[in-house]
Design a protein around this ligand. Sequence first.
Ligand code: ATP
Ligand code: MG
Ligand code: MG
Length: 551
Amino acid sequence: EGKTPANFIEHLISDDLKEGKNDSRIHTRFPPEPNGYLHIGHAKSICLNFGLALQYNGLCNLRFDDTNPSKEDTEYVDSIRTDVKWLGYDWDERLFYASDYFEKLYQFAEQLIRNGKAYVCDLNPEEIRAYRGTLTEPGKNSPYRDRSAEENLALFEKMRAGEFPDGSRVLRGKIDMSSPNLNMRDPVLYRIQRASHHRTGDEWCIYPMYDYAHPVSDALEGITHSICTLEFADHRPLYDWVVENIDLPAQPRQIEFARLNLTHTVMSKRKLRQLVEEGHVNGWDDPRMPTISGLRRRGYTPESIKDFCNRIGVAKANSEVDIAFLEHCIRQDLNANAPRVMAVLQPLKVVIENYPEDNVEELDAENNPEKPEMGSRKMPFCREIFIEQEDFREEAPKKFFRLKPGKEVRLKHAYIIKCEEVVKNEKGDIIELRCTYDPSSKSGEDTSGKKVKGTLHWVSAKHAHKAEVRIYDHLFTKENPEEEGEDFKTNINPDSLELLKDCRVEPSLANAKPGERFQFLRKGYFCVDPDSDNDNLVFNRVVSLKDTWAK
Ligand code: ATP
Ligand code: MG
Ligand code: MG
C-alpha cells in the first residue's frame, strides 16, 4: 500500500491486490509442525507471514500442522506459542490445528472418491515406489486404480474403521502416472497408522498426508497466500490439483521462498533433536542452539531477530547466511540499548597502598555513552580492587598499554594507578599487585596532567559479587557441518562452552534478573541466565564486542 514492493512476494501480493483477487484480502499463516522447538529459520517464516499481514492490513493465522501423529507433542505446541509471542506477533483468536479438520478432510476425500479422483490402493509401500517409475521412466498404473467409486467409498470407510492393518492400504489421488512430475503420479493422500495423536488420541487410525491436508487447511481458513520453502515448489501442481478438485471455500495459492541456512550450525528439527537427546547440548534452549528459545536464553532480543530476518531479505534461491551477521544484529541492538557495567572475569587482586584503609568513594559511572538519557550509577571504589588477569603483564611488549611493572594505567571512572610491586606465591604465580594511585587524577576532575594510554575495567574487592560466566562459541567448527554426506556430529565444536566460575561483578548487578542484558566493559554483551539467583549470579555471553561480520 503506497510502499514499493521490496521482494518478489510483495510484488506478487501487490499484483493480486491490483487485480482484486480474493476480494483484495491478504491472509497468510505460519504452519509449524509441533515436532520440535522453533529455530531461527522458522523466525524468518514468522516474520515474513506475520509481517506481510501487518504490512497489507491482512491477517495471519497460527496453525499447528499436526497431521502426523508420531512425533508431535503438546510440549512443542506450548513452546511454539511462547516463541511466536515472544517475537512480538499476535494471532488473536486465529489459532488453529490441522487436526481439527480431520473430519472435514475425510469428507473431502470422499468427495474426491465420488468424483473418480481418488482410489484405495492395496499395493504395499515398496510396490507403490516401484510402480511410481523414475524421472526418466514413466510410472505404471496400480492394478487397483479402476475400482468403482462405491467400492472405494466402502474400502475407505473400512480403513477409517480400523479393519485393515497399518500400511496395507492407502488412499491415492487419481492423477497421472506418466506425469513428468513424480508428485503427480497418483500421490498418497491417506495412510493407515495406529498412533496416538496429541489431540485426537486414538480416534483416528488413518491420517492425511501433508500434500493433501495442507491446501485443504489453507482453503478452510481462507488463506490467500500460502508461503512455504523452496523444496515444495515441485509439490505446487499437486497443491493446485487439490484446490481445483475439491469444492473449497477459498482458492489459496502457494508461493515458495528460499529457506534460511546459517553457517556453523544445523537447522533441521530432526538434527536439533538429536543434539538434545544425545546430550551434546543441555536442552532445546541451550544458548548455543539456533532455536528461538536458545537465542532468547543466550540474550538475543526479539528486535534483533526481526531486524536480522528483514535485512537478509526474501530470495528465490537457497543460500547460506554468515552467522556473524546474526551476531552483528544483536551487537548493534545491545550497543544502542544495553547498560554498561564492569565485571572482571578472571580476577587479579590489586592493593592500592596509598589509598586510606577504610575509605569508600562512590564514583559516577555513566550507564550508556550511546544514550545519555540512561543516566549514571555509583561505583564504590576502595583500597582493594580486582582487575582482569590478562590486563597485567610482568614482561610486556612495548605496545602493551595495559598494566606493567612501574607503569601507569587509568581505572575507568576512577584514578590513574601505578604498579609498584608484583606479589607471587611459592609456585611463582602472580597473586596480587601492589599499586599506588594519583589522587589528582580522578575521572572528570583530573588535574594530574598525565597522559596514559590504557584504561582498565575493575571492581571493588569488598563490594563486588561473585558470578559464573558462560562463554559460548559456535556449536560446529565447520561453516557447513553437513558437507558432503558427512555425519554432522563429527563437526561438533568440543570447546563451544567455556565456564568461568570465579568472576566478580559490580554491586549494581546484585539483583539482576534473568533476561536482563548488559555490556561488560571491554568484555562483550552478557545476559542473565535463568539459572541465576541472588546467591549465584550466572551470565551468558551473548556476543563479544568485536564485530566479525565482513560487510
Ligand atoms: P525442519 O526441517 O527444521 O523440521 P520444517 O519445514 O519441517 O523444518 P515446519 O514446522 O513444517 O518445519 O515449518 C513451519 C514453517 O516454517 C514452514 O512454512 C516452513 O517452510 C518454515 N521454515 C522451516 N524452516 C525454515 C527455514 N530454515 N527458513 C525459512 N523458513 C523455514
Ligand atoms: Mg514441515
Ligand atoms: Mg520437518
